[in-house]
Design a protein around this ligand. Structure first.
Ligand SMILES: [Zn+2]
Length: 244
């Protein structure tokens, strides 16, 4: 067995572990975006229920202004009753006063209904405020947990990168450069593959007898003629036990 190839197999394992850590770290951003989306929905819902209350309050103010207007009409027309000359004009004023009173009464009914609505909305707003605070605190906690997880992922990846780089530095330079020129930083791409019954473990091509012979001799690094991956003969379980 070629010594360098075993080093490359180990290097590949370190690269795989590093990839796994980076993949885990990459999943944090979409999870954080999901929390942000839930936060936006929560704020929107809260704003909308607050708006329902203020809308009702504004509507009530407007109706109260309408009542004032009707009061003015009633006062003005009542004041004119004593100074009118004709019976018809008197009757017309009475009709006007009566109509204004009826309209005022109808508006007052609307105000009463609205007051009940506002009362109910104010009561539920208190509960909604408390619920909103609780949910916001839960989202804050989720964000904090994601930040902690991200920091942990980052430090694990940094440590693994350090381990990988110092291991790589200890390998024969030519072998390492050959591995890196095949692997080319592609996540999950295997540059070193085992031979399985004369078949390349990368592209499943059957090896020629002479190439197989080269691999068996273990003098040089041997690449698959079809996919250019470096080939090695996986140690048998018995061998592995001896090496442990
Ligand atoms: Zn191949």
């Amino acid at each position: 067995m070629n010594e360098a190839i075993l080093g490359l197999v180990r290097l590949q394992e370190l690269d795989k572990a590093l990839d796994a850590l980076r993949q885990h770290a990459a999943k944090i951003a979409p999870r954080r975006a999901a929390v942000a989306a839930r936060r936006a929905a929560l704020v929107a819902q809260h704003e909308s229920s607050k708006k329902t209350l203020t809308d009702a309050q504004v509507q009530k103010k407007n109706l109260e202004m309408d009542i004032d207007t009707k009061d003015q009409v009633i006062r003005k027309s009542s004041g004119e009753l004593n100074s009118v000359k004709s019976n018809d004009a008197y009757k017309a004023l009475l009709t006007q006063i009566d109509a204004a009173k009826k309209e005022k009464s109808a508006i007052e009914d609307q105000v009463l209904v609205l007051m009940e609505t506002i009362d109910a909305l104010q009561k539920s707003a208190k509960a909604a405020d408390a619920e909103h605070q609780t949910q916001r605190a839960a989202l804050d906690a989720e964000d904090a947990a994601l930040n902690a997880e991200e920091a942990e992922d980052q430090s694990k990846a940094d440590a693994k990168q350090g381990e990988r780089d110092s291991y790589a530095a200890g390998l024969p330079r030519a072998a390492r450069e050959r591995y890196e020129s095949i692997q080319r930083g592609r996540p999950g791409f295997l540059a070193v593959v085992p031979l399985q019954d004369m078949i390349c473990g990368g592209c499943r091509t059957r090896l020629t007898a002479s190439l197989l012979n080269e691999v068996m001799k273990g003098k040089d690094l041997v690449a698959c003629e079809s996919c250019s991956r470096l080939l090695y003969i996986p140690p048998k379980p018995a061998d592995a036990a001896v090496h442990q």
